[in-house]
Design a binder for this molecule. Structure first.
Ligand code: GTP
Length: 772
C-alpha cells in the first residue's frame, strides 16, 4: 500500500515534470525559431540593400560617357577605369558590343580578345529587353570562378543597345556575403542562399556552389517547403538525419532564398541542461514527498494494519473473531465491525454448509446405490461408500482419478457415448445386466448433467442402483399377471379393475366376446365410456359403496348381442394396508340361465306334482292378490273348498295308485269346469280349492258349485273300470267393497261350508251362510 502511494507520488512528479519540460521546450522552440527568422529577415534585407546599391551604381555608369561616345569602346574603357567605386563593388566589370565582343574591362590583366558574350543568357536577355538584370549563378569564362552577373545596357542615340556592361560578383571571394555569415545561428549553424529554383549561390561548402541543393541524395522536408514558396521557420531532419531549425526568407530583388540552419542539439543545449536540472530537482522532490507520504500513510494505516494482522490470524485459524471489533468510532472501526459481522455470518454459513455436506454424505453413503460426481475431465470428485460394498472399490482412492484409471479403458469405452451425451447436457437412463464381483446384477444407471446458470455443463452426477430384486419381483409379477390374465381371459365373466378416477386399468378377454372391445383398448378408458352414460349412472352408487370399502353385489339387466340378459356384478375393494381403497375389482357374470332355472324352480314349488295344478303356496299367493284386487275394484269373488267323498275307501279298496289316478282325473275335471282365469289348486290329500274372481252374485257362485258337483258325478275310469266319484263343495263369497275378511278367515268360511255339505250327505254344495 505504502509502496503504491510512493509510486503514485513519483509518477505524478515525473509526469508533471515531463509536461512542464514539454511546454517549456515548445515555447523555447518558438522563441528560437522566431529569433532565427528575425535575424534571417535582417540578413535578407541587407542582401537586398547591397544588390540595390550595386544595381544603382551600375545603372549610373552610362551617364558618365561623354556625349556621342556611346559608340566608342575606348571611352567605355576609360569610364570603367575612372570609377574606382565600381571596382570596389564588383569582382570585375566588362563591356560587350552588340555582337558580344568584349570591348572594355575593369581588370585589364584578364582581357582576352576571344571572350564572346553571345549566347550568354544574361547578354541575350539584356539586348532583348534593353534593361539591366541579375543573372543566375554561372561559371565565369574570364576567371573560371562562380559568379553572378549584374548587367546594364548602354543605349545609342536611336535608343538601341550599343553596349552591355556586365558586372560580376565572385561568389567565393567576394565579401558580398561576409556580413551574412556573421549572422549565422550558434556555433555549428550556417547561412546559405539559393535561387528560387534551388541553385546554391552562397553556402559554407564551396564545392556545392552553382549546384542544385537537391543534388545530394536524400530528402529534406524544409527544403521542399522553401522551394514551394514557404517563408518562416520550421523544424526538419536534413539528408544526414540530423534535426535542425530551418528559416527561409525570399529576397525582394531577385527572389533568391536566404536560409539558415540551426542544429537542434545546439539550439536546445540550454533546454537539455534545464531538463537535467529539472529531473534532478523533481527526483529530490519526489523522494522527499514519497518519504513524507510514507510516514503519513504509515501512521494513518497503522490501525488498518492491525486489523489486517487480526484478519490474517483468523484466516490461519487462530484467535477470536471478537478481536475484529474495536472501540474506534471512525471508518476503520466500522470496517472492523463489518469484518466481524461478515466473519460471523460466514462462520454460520460455513457451519450450515458443513452440516449440509455431512447430511449429503450421510444420505449418499447410506443409499443403496452408487453415487458419484464426475467433472468435465472425467475425474471422480465425489464417491459414496456403496462403491466399496457393490464393486469392492475404495471410494476415497477413486477421487481425482479418471473412469479409465479406476475401471479400465474397456469400461470407459462401453460408457463413452452415454458420458458424451451427459456432457452435452442430456439425461441418460439405462438398465442393464452386469457381472459384479461374481454376481449377475441388474443395475439401473442414471447420468444427470450438472449445469451452471449459463447452461454450461460442469460435470455430471452418476447414480447406479442394484435393482436385481425389484426386477425379479417385476418378472414374477409379470408372470403372475400373465397367469391372471390367462385365467381371467378364460372366465365366462367380465373381469375388470377400476381406479379411483373411474378409469379402467384392466379388462379381460370377455370384453371382446361380450362387447366387441379389445382388452388392451380399455386401459385408462373411463368406465362411463365403456358402459354408456345411463348404465354408468345406475352403477355409480354401487361403485361408490365399493370405494368406501364395502363388498358389493347387485343384479342388473343389459342387452348382450341383442338379448336382454340378467347380469350380476360384484365389486371387491382393493384395500391397501392402511385401509384406503386403491381401486375396485369388478366381476360381472351372465346370470340369465341361472335366473331361468331359478324361475323354473320357483314355478315348480307352486305346482302340485301329482295333478300338475297349483299347490297350496300358489293358491295362497293368488288368493292374496285376488282379494287385494277385489278390494281395490270393490267387486265380489268366491272361494270353493272341495273334498272327494270317501276317498279313503277308494284308496283302501283299489290301492294308493288308483287313488292317485282319481286325484288326477278329479283335478282335470275341475280345471275343465272353470274359467281360465279361475285358479284350481290342490291343498293336500283329496282337498282342492277354486278361486273365482269377479263373481258378483251369490247365485252365480252357486251355479259354479253345482256345475262342479255335476261334472264329478260322471263316472271315472280307474284301472280300466268305471267308478262313481262324488265331491262335496263349500262355497264362501268375499265382497271387496264391504268385507274386511282375512285370507284365513275366508278359507275357514269355505271350509265350514264344506263340512256343512259333508254333513248334508255329501255330493252337494253349501254356500257360506254369511253370503246368503
Ligand atoms: N291315493 C292317495 N291317497 C291319499 C293321498 N293323500 C291322502 N290320501 C288318503 O286320502 C284319504 C283321505 O280321507 P279323508 O278325507 O280323511 O276321509 P274320506 O274317506 O274322504 O271321508 P270323507 O272326507 O268324510 O268323505 C286318507 O286315507 C289318505 O290316506 C294321495 O296322495 N293319494
Amino acid at each position: 500500500m505504502t509502496a503504491v502511494v510512493i509510486l503514485l507520488v513519483l509518477a505524478a512528479t515525473t509526469i508533471v515534470t515531463i509536461l512542464a519540460l514539454m511546454l517549456a521546450e515548445r515555447d523555447m522552440k518558438a522563441v528560437i525559431g522566431s529569433q532565427q527568422y528575425a535575424v534571417l529577415s535582417s540578413a535578407a534585407a541587407y542582401v537586398d540593400e547591397q544588390l540595390e546599391t550595386k544595381r544603382a551604381l551600375l545603372s549610373t555608369l552610362p551617364e558618365g560617357l561623354p556625349p556621342g561616345a556611346q559608340s566608342d569602346p575606348s571611352a567605355l574603357q576609360a569610364l570603367l577605369l575612372a570609377r574606382p567605386a565600381v571596382s570596389a563593388e564588383f569582382y570585375n566589370v566588362v563591356a560587350f558590343d552588340r555582337k558580344g565582343r568584349m570591348v572594355a574591362t575593369l581588370r585589364s590583366d584578364s582581357k582576352e580578345p576571344s571572350v564572346d558574350a553571345t549566347g550568354r543568357p544574361y547578354f541575350d536577355q539584356t539586348i532583348r529587353q534593353r534593361k539591366g538584370l541579375i543573372s543566375a549563378p554561372l561559371m565565369s569564362r574570364l576567371s573560371g570562378r562562380p559568379i553572378v552577373v549584374m548587367t546594364q545596357p548602354v543605349l545609342d542615340q536611336q535608343g538601341e543597345v550599343a553596349y552591355v556592361i556586365a558586372a560580376s560578383i565572385d561568389l567565393q571571394q567576394s565579401d558580398f556575403f561576409g556580413p551574412i555569415n556573421a549572422l549565422k545561428p550558434g556555433k555549428t549553424g550556417f547561412m546559405f542562399i539559393m535561387t528560387a529554383g534551388g541553385i546554391l549561390i552562397h553556402h559554407p561548402t564551396q564545392e556545392r556552389l552553382l549546384h542544385h541543393i537537391n543534388e545530394r541524395p536524400g530528402h529534406n522536408r524544409a527544403t521542399e517547403m522553401a522551394l514551394n514558396g514557404f517563408e518562416g521557420w520550421t523544424e526538419a531532419r536534413n539528408k544526414d538525419g540530423s534535426e535542425g531549425i530551418y528559416s527561409y526568407k525570399r529576397l525582394k530583388t531577385t527572389s533568391w532564398i536566404v536560409a539558415a540552419r540551426f542544429p537542434t542539439d545546439e539550439a536546445f543545449a540550454p533546454l537539455i541542461e534545464l531538463r537535467r536540472q529539472a529531473i534532478f530537482a523533481a527526483s529530490v522532490f519526489a523522494a522527499v514527498a514519497g518519504l513524507l507520504a510514507w510516514l503519513v500513510i504509515h501512521r494513518l494505516l497503522a490501525p488498518l494494519q492491525r486489523l489486517h494482522s487480526r484478519v490474517a490470524t483468523l484466516r490461519q485459524g487462530g484467535g477470536d473473531i471478537a478481536s475484529l471489533r474495536s472501540m474506534r468510532k471512525d471508518e476503520i472501526g466500522e470496517l472492523g465491525e463489518a469484518f466481524y459481522q461478515l466473519t460471523a455470518e460466514r462462520a454460520v454459513t460455513q457451519d450450515r454448509v458443513l452440516a449440509s455436506e455431512r447430511r449429503s454424505r450421510m444420505i449418499a453413503d447410506n443409499m443403496p446405490a452408487l453415487v458419484a460426481y464426475i467433472d468435465c475431465d472425467l475425474r471422480y470428485r465425489f464417491t459414496n461408500e456403496h462403491y466399496q460394498q457393490l464393486l469392492g472399490v475404495d471410494p476415497a482412492a477413486m477421487l481425482g482419478k479418471t473412469i479409465s484409471e479406476v475401471f479400465g479403458a474397456d469400461v470407459y469405452a462401453h460408457w463413452k457415448d452415454r458420458i458424451d451425451a451427459a456432457l452435452r447436457g442430456e439425461r441418460v437412463h439405462e438398465e442393464r445386466d452386469s457381472l459384479e464381483m461374481g454376481r449377475m446384477l441388474h443395475l439401473m444407471v442414471d447420468l444427470v448433467p450438472d449445469m451452471d446458470a449459463d447452461g454450461t455443463v460442469q460435470g455430471f452426477y452418476l447414480m447406479s442402483m442394484d435393482i436385481t430384486e425389484r426386477r425379479n419381483a417385476e418378472l414374477t409379477q409379470a408372470a403372475s399377471e400373465k397367469r391372471l390374465r390367462l385365467i381371467t381371459d378364460h372366465l365366462p365373466a367380465l373381469v375388470a379393475y377400476i381406479d379411483r378416477e373411474y378409469l379402467l386399468r384392466f379388462g379381460n378377454a370377455t370384453f371382446k366376446h361380450w362387447m366387441g372391445l379389445e382388452p388392451a383398448s380399455l386401459v385408462a378408458r373411463p368406465l362411463a365410456d365403456v358402459m354408456g352414460a345411463t348404465a354408468f349412472a345406475k352403477t355409480l352408487p354401487h361403485l361408490e359403496q365399493a370405494f368406501s370399502g364395502v363388498h358389493v353385489s347387485f343384479e342388473h339387466r343389459a342387452r348382450l348381442h341383442g338379448d336382454l340378459r340378467t347380469l350380476e356384478t360384484t365389486f371387491v375393494p382393493d384395500q391397501r394396508a392402511d385401509g384406503s381403497v386403491a381401486g375396485v375389482y369388478s366381476l360381472t357374470r351372465d346370470m340369465s340361465h341361472i335366473k331361468a332355472v331359478e324361475q323354473q324352480l320357483i314355478e315348480l314349488a307352486r305346482i302340485d306334482p301329482l295333478t300338475g295344478i297349483a299347490n297350496r303356496r300358489k293358491f295362497e299367493e293368488v288368493l292374496q292378490q285376488a282379494m287385494a284386487r277385489s278390494q281395490r275394484l270393490g267387486r265380489r269373488m268366491a272361494l270353493a273348498y272341495l273334498d272327494i267323498d270317501n276317498f279313503k275307501t277308494i284308496n283302501d279298496s283299489l290301492g294308493h295308485g288308483a287313488g292317485d289316478e282319481v286325484l288326477k282325473e278329479f283335478a282335470g275335471r275341475l280345471t275343465g269346469a272353470v274359467r281360465a282365469v279361475d285358479l284350481v289348486a290342490r291343498l293336500a290329500g283329496d282337498e282342492f280349492i277354486i278361486v273365482f274372481e269377479n263373481v258378483d252374485e251369490v247365485g252365480e257362485a252357486a251355479q259354479l258349485a253345482a256345475k262342479i258337483v255335476a261334472t264329478v258325478r260322471d263316472p271315472f275310469t280307474v284301472a280300466g273300470a268305471a267308478m262313481q266319484v262324488t265331491t262335496s263343495v263349500g262355497l264362501a263369497l268375499f265382497d271387496g267393497g264391504s268385507d274386511n275378511d282375512t285370507q284365513s278367515g275366508l278359507i275357514a268360511r269355505a271350509d265350514h261350508a264344506l263340512y256343512a255339505a259333508k254333513r248334508n250327505g255329501r255330493d252337494c254344495y253349501v254356500v257360506d251362510a254369511q253370503a246368503v
